[in-house]
Design a protein. Structure first.
Length: 310
């Protein structure tokens, strides 16, 4: 009943009104919009994860896949971690299964079963000999029908004894006929018929864990490719920064050299102007001194001054 209810809810989830919802809503299954919901893989199997109570809608899934900023959401990382947790739990289950098989195939247990078979063969051999003795006695006494019936029973016992002897060598192999599937952890019968093995490989549990393992490998490869691309981008950026710093250093050196040149030229022009100013000032001072000297000389030669001394 629960399985049918889960199947019905899964089918009807595609027709749920999602016009007022978006893929980031809490009611949306984030595993499903990334790839698939693991709970849907093992429904009604020994690995059943239980029904998922979230909405599985293809329109929201497509909207998320086409979103330009989907890398901003942690949904893919959470999905990847959850799948790895499922495989980690399965690996522990496989180790436990192999441990159980190793205990069952212990040499001591095999020796006990071997002794039981040998004891059975001895008992059959004794019983056959006793019946043959009785057949012989019944024949000598003329009890033909009784002798015939006992002879048939002897033949059956002989067939059983022959069957046990023929299978004695393969008995130990039969005891170790079980093995654990390394994909899904199920117990398999070694050398089982091809039809039964094919039925297992196409089963829901085996296919579910196979899909999980393939998805993990694909996501792991995608992550490695992204890391390599980021590494190349960082390398290109570093080269660009190196050339930019180098060219920028050259430009700064050029500007520093130009500034020194301009400073040198300014100082040289300033010194030249100061020399010109000094020469001009000296020339003015010389002309002024000569003019004052001429004026004093002219006054000393005037008539008034001569008459005064006469």
């Amino acid at each position: 009943m629960d399985y049918q209810k889960a199947m019905l809810e899964e089918l009807m989830s595609q027709y749920v009104d999602v016009d007022n919802k978006d893929f980031w809503d809490d009611s949306i299954c984030k595993h499903y919009i990334v790839a698939f919901c693991p709970s849907q893989l093992f429904t009604n199997t020994k690995s059943d994860l239980g029904a998922c109570d979230k909405i599985h809608n293809d329109r929201l899934k497509e909207r998320y896949q086409k979103s330009n900023d989907k890398h901003k959401y942690p949904y893919e990382a959470e999905f990847y971690d959850y799948l790895n947790k499922l495989i980690s739990d399965l690996s522990r289950k496989i180790r436990q299964g192999n441990g159980r098989l190793n205990i069952q195939s212990d040499d001591k247990m095999a020796e006990i079963r071997k002794e039981e078979r040998e004891e059975k063969m001895v008992l059959l051999d004794v019983k056959i000999k006793e019946l043959l003795q009785k057949v012989e006695e019944a024949g000598e006494e003329g009890r033909v029908q009784e002798a015939t019936d006992m002879q048939k029973e002897v033949e059956k016992l002989q067939e059983e004894l022959t069957h046990i002897k023929e299978n004695t060598d393969g008995a130990n192999k039969a005891e170790k006929r079980m093995e654990v599937c390394d994909v899904c952890g199920a117990f398999l019968v070694t050398n089982d018929s091809s039809d039964r093995l094919e039925a297992h490989y196409q089963g829901k549990q085996h296919q579910g864990y196979l899909k999980i393992r393939d998805t993990i490998e694909q996501m792991k490869q995608s992550r490695q490719n992204n890391n390599n691309n980021n590494g190349r981008q960082n390398y290109s950026r570093q080269r660009y920064d190196y050339h930019d710093r180098r060219d920028g250093g050259r430009q700064r050196d050029y500007r520093r050299y130009s500034d020194r040149e301009r400073g040198y030229n300014r100082d040289r022009h300033r010194d030249r102007r100061e020399e010109d100013d000094f020469a001009s000032e000296a020339d003015r001072y010389s002309r002024r001194s000569r003019r004052d000297y001429d004026d004093r000389r002219s006054r000393s030669r005037s008539p008034m001054r001569r008459s005064r001394y006469d």
